[in-house]
Design a protein around this ligand. Structure first.
Ligand code: G4P
Length: 530
């Protein structure tokens, strides 16, 4: 990835990013402060939806009934200086990692929030690995410096070692816990002082000309100043200087220190995202690479949210625009069905409220209400046949069979399941032999959420039960070979909602055997969604 010099300003100034964090590190608080600085909300405390990471199951169910909330939190746009920030929410719960992965296909950078006392935690690591798969540039925010935090070098070392990425300090904390005064802004030679009295106030910023500036001593007690100078000296020797190219290619992360709750360090972080980017990046399609500055509009669906209004079975497809200048009312080609679609009521998520989008540019996220035509991975273009790549579908890790306790509702259940499959909420497999369905998910919580949604949204009481299978692999290869294999292994074969063949088993041994005995066939744990 790199910033390209020749983008039109409307596109060049867009910053589309997600925040990744272990639960409790401060994602919600930071999001709120972003919105506050972006002028999208007037007061902290207005972000109604807490980060999904912290929601309990009952919160989640409630949210499911009140879909508006989670939708407005799914993608938020706001202006900051000359920049348009698009913040895409990642579901934090580990049960939704597939959703997270897809979300990260729609952004150009990720902000990794870590707790200054806890450092790199399990969920941080998982989410980071997902970013790494895509070489996504990462900006780090070390939060909660107003509390007792670890030694700054220790935090940086831990990130470097645990995540195998070079860390370059963009700011340096002065003291921690009760002693925390603020930060020295290394990139701009400024002193930033935290105001504990007013949590929503933008910190005081003092211009400093180098570390020998006498102004420093006016604000920082002698002992702390001596320590700061010593640490900065060491940091300069031991840690790499910020290198924008390396940041953009994903091998270096700049780190800012701060306290989200005290609104401290947030502005510097936002300035950093603005100044260093990245700008909207080219997107890969099977046919070619799509550049953001191309005139024709193209985009892809990375998330579908269904049944926001239970009375109408409507859905919103979240589209990342890959190129062009979109205007409301445009007719776009829905590539998968080859049908034109008039996009007459697209939605732009301006912080708390949904708004009709009159226009949008490459890099933006728009919501398109539809009745189920739009699926994850679908492309919209002005006529070209494109298939954006890199939006995978993972093999589920947990399989259960599902049955309705009301046998009269079997047909309805099939419809409900297919809709959830298209939404990306679960994998649904229809075995060749026998009746019923097998549902696959990545995390156990999803079964409960599904059962609740099927009941609430479709009025069908369902039971999930242990399945005889534990693994699913997509089957591909030459048509005749696949057919021959399917015919002799019917008890293991099912179809997913797209009609693709899936091999189900309970033994890894079976998978190894098929791979060995049928080198012409491929069993894969992911499939790219069209
Ligand atoms: P999450 O979305 O990543 O799960 O975290 P969230 O922002 O909800 O923050 C988790 C807890 O950490 C919250 O406290 C929040 O107030 C606190 N917090 C966030 N940033 C800072 C910070 O800079 N300094 C300190 N000291 N605390 C911070 P809580 O008690 O769990 O919730 P609440 O009652 O404050 O809402």
């Amino acid at each position: 990835m790199s910033n390209r010099p020749d983008l039109p300003p409307e596109i060049a100034n867009r910053r589309t990013f997600a925040i990744i964090a272990h639960p409790d590190a401060g994602k919600t608080t930071l999001t709120e402060k972003f919105l506050l600085y972006g002028g999208a909300i007037q007061m902290a405390g207005q972000v109604r939806a807490k980060g999904e990471a912290r929601r309990t199951r009952s919160d989640f169910m409630k949210m499911e009934q009140d879909r508006g909330i989670s939708v407005s939190a799914s993608a938020m746009s706001f202006d900051y200086g000359q920049f348009r920030f698009n913040l895409v929410d990642t579901p934090g719960h580990s049960d939704f990692s597939e959703d997270t992965y897809r979300t990260l296909t729609a952004v150009d950078t990720a902000v990794m929030v870590i707790d200054g006392a806890k450092g790199v935690e399990s969920q941080t690591r998982k989410l980071f690995e997902v970013c790494r798969l895509r070489d996504l540039p990462i900006v780090t925010f070390c939060n909660k410096m107003d509390r007792e935090a670890r030694d700054t070098f220790e935090i940086i070392d831990e990130i470097q070692e645990n995540l195998a990425i070079d860390v370059s300090p963009a700011s340096w904390p002065i003291g921690s816990g009760r002693e925390f005064l603020g930060c020295y802004d290394i990139l701009n030679d400024r002193l930033e002082l935290m105001d504990r009295a007013d949590r929503n106030k933008i910190a005081e910023s003092i211009e400093i000309s180098g570390l020998d500036d006498p102004k420093l001593a006016e604000h920082v007690p002698a002992e702390m100043l001596a320590q700061l100078k010593e640490e900065l000296e060491m940091a300069r020797e031991l840690l790499p200087a910020f290198d924008r190219e390396r940041f953009l290619e994903g091998s270096m992360t700049p780190i800012w220190f701060g306290s989200a709750i005290n609104s401290f360090g947030v502005r510097e972080l936002m300035n950093g995202i603005g100044a260093y980017g990245p700008q909207p990046q080219p997107q890969k399609a099977a046919e070619r690479v799509v550049l953001p500055e191309e005139k024709p509009v193209t985009g892809f669906v990375f998330k579908v949210q269904a049944n926001m209004d239970p009375k109408h079975r409507d859905r919103v497809a979240f589209v990342r625009l890959a190129s062009g200048h979109f205007e409301r009312g445009m007719k776009l080609l829905h590539v998968r069905t080859k049908k034109p679609m008039a996009i007459s009521n697209p939605v732009l998520f301006l912080a708390a409220d949904r708004e009709l989008a009159e226009e949008a540019w490459a890099g933006d996220i728009i919501g398109i209400p539809n009745h189920g035509q739009l699926r994850i991975g679908d492309a919209l273009t002005e006529g070209e046949t494109l298939r954006f790549t890199g939006i995978p579908s993972f093999a589920p890790e947990l399989l259960q069979s599902v049955r309705s306790s009301d046998p009269m509702k079997a047909k309805h259940l099939e419809k409900a399941l297919m809709q959830f499959a298209e939404e990306g909420a679960a994998k649904v497999f229809k075995p060749m032999i026998g009746s019923g369905f097998i549902v696959g998910v990545v995390g156990a919580l999803q079964f409960e959420v599904l059962a609740s949604r099927i009941e609430i949204e479709y009025g069908i009481p369902v039971r999930f039960e242990a399945s005889q299978f534990t693994s699913a692999r997509w089957l591909s290869g030459p048509k005749d070979k696949v057919e021959a294999f399917v015919n002799t292994n019917k008890q293991h074969i099912s179809q997913d909602h797209d009609g693709d063949m899936v091999y189900l088993t309970r033994l890894q041994w079976d998978i190894d055997r098929v791979t060995r005995d049928h080198p012409e066939l491929k069993l894969t744990a992911t499939k790219e969604m069209m």
